[in-house]
Design a protein around this ligand. Structure first.
Ligand code: CTP
Length: 395
């Protein structure tokens, strides 16, 4: 259908990029990118009218998005035409247009296109040995300056490598390393980098990708005071391990937790205080992000220093923490206390006081006193010094 609309407008029409890659890998992908040799907005508008669907143009980029009623989206772009040659040589020009468009993309595996005009429906365009790279499981850039032009591709290379179990080829690895060493990651805005790291964290195997980022010294170029040592790597491993434990054993604590924040806590735990502000601004981290990290550091130190800790003591240390602080502390708590720590987390959620603020008010307690009394009762209950029925003896 989309090809037929293209034909009606006399535009060659292709599905390109990730969709084609995953189609050949037999994997599901519902992100459809269409490229037309012609005006993408004209095409989008026409399709929207024919199908009576929503169409949003992005004139600045000469692209548009089509939205189906069920939320399904298709993005349409214009094949870059600045390389048009003489109009007389039509066949050459038309191929060259889509070819140039594909050539400026990131990796060979993402540079295939399938023609969807009826006459030539299903014709696969593979100019850059994409298919063979897919078969040989290779991530390869098409031109030496690819990473320099768009350094976020450094993180994309690692993401695709881990996602598909592919390998960045030797030449591409050299380009990648040189771009990292040339401080090109430093030129990218914080939010773009953050977005790429978040995408890595959404992949099924983020740990391996982070390790690879360490290996390529990318981490030090993202955070200038972070050296990816074996000790730090151990902490990164613990992060993923402990997150899984919490997800299974105390899932309520994963509510509103962003893995990115946890990872940043781990990677920035040894950064000197006077550079944290800059990092916070660069990556757009929430206010008090590092104050919270500092509190959590103090918490795990206290916990690890003590031989035995009662539940009420855990409560004193942790009661003001948000879930990200709770999990970070759990990661850093020494192994012999981890189980106890996780048990505490469950216990504190289970305990429901019989006494309410209203009961205390009726007994003459006021303001702060109420809060303090409730906390006192909670601690007594946590240490199982009293039963719910005995609460009334303490007020
Ligand atoms: N692309 C690129 N350089 C980038 C980002 C994207 O060349 N820095 C190109 C690639 O050809 C890619 C296409 O734009 O296939 C679409 O990008 P995107 O949707 O981000 O990636 P996908 O390949 O679809 O990957 P994913 O499965 O992660 O969505």
């Amino acid at each position: 259908l989309f090809g037929a609309f293209g034909s009606e407008l006399k535009m060659h029409t292709y599905v390109v990029g990730g969709f084609v890659r995953d189609l050949l890998l037999n994997l599901e992908n519902y992100d459809i990118d269409i490229v037309v040799e012609g005006d993408a907005n004209k095409y989008g508008k026409y399709v929207a009218e024919q199908l009576m669907i929503k169409y949003i143009p992005h004139k600045k980029f000469n692209t548009c998005s089509l939205y189906f009623k069920d939320g399904f989206r298709i993005d349409v772009a214009t094949a870059r035409t600045e390389y048009y040659e003489a109009p007389a040589e039509l066949p050459k020009v038309e191929v060259s247009t889509i070819k140039k468009d594909l050539y400026r993309r990131d990796f060979s595996i993402n540079t295939m296109a399938i023609r969807i005009n009826q006459e030539t429906f299903g014709m696969l365009l593979d100019f850059f040995t994409s298919k063979s790279d897919l078969e040989n499981k290779i991530i390869r850039t098409l031109y030496p300056l690819s990473f320099v032009e768009d350094p976020t591709r450094i993180l994309r290379a690692i993401r695709f490598e881990q996602r598909y179990g592919f390998k960045i080829n030797k030449q591409t690895e050299d380009y990648l390393r040189r771009t990292v060493e040339g401080n090109y990651l430093e030129k990218v805005t914080g939010p773009r980098l953050r977005e790429e790291i978040e995408k890595i964290l959404k992949e099924p195997n983020p740990l391996k990708a982070i390790k690879r980022m360490g290996e390529f010294k990318i981490i030090t170029h993202l955070f200038p005071y972070t050296y990816y040592t074996p000790t730090l790597e151990k902490d990164v491993e613990k992060l993923f391990e402990y997150y899984e434990i919490i997800k299974h054993k105390a899932p309520i604590y994963t509510y509103k937790v962003r893995k990115l924040h946890l990872l940043f806590y781990i990677l920035l735990q040894y950064t000197p205080n006077n550079s944290l502000k800059e990092i916070q601004q660069r990556y757009g981290l929430p206010g008090e992000f590092f104050e919270k990290l500092d509190q959590a550091k103090k918490a795990y130190q206290t916990i690890n220093e003590q031989k035995e800790i009662s539940n009420s003591k855990y409560y004193e240390i942790l009661c003001t923490f948000n879930n990200e602080q709770i999990i970070y502390t759990g990661i850093k708590v020494s192994d012999n206390k981890k189980q106890e720590y996780t048990d505490y987390l469950n216990k504190v959620k289970e305990i429901k006081l019989k006494t309410t603020g209203k009961d205390l008010k009726e007994k003459g307690y006021k303001g702060r006193q109420i809060k303090e009394k409730l906390e006192e009762l909670k601690k007594l209950r946590l240490d199982e010094k009293i039963t719910p029925d005995q609460e009334k003896n303490y007020i």
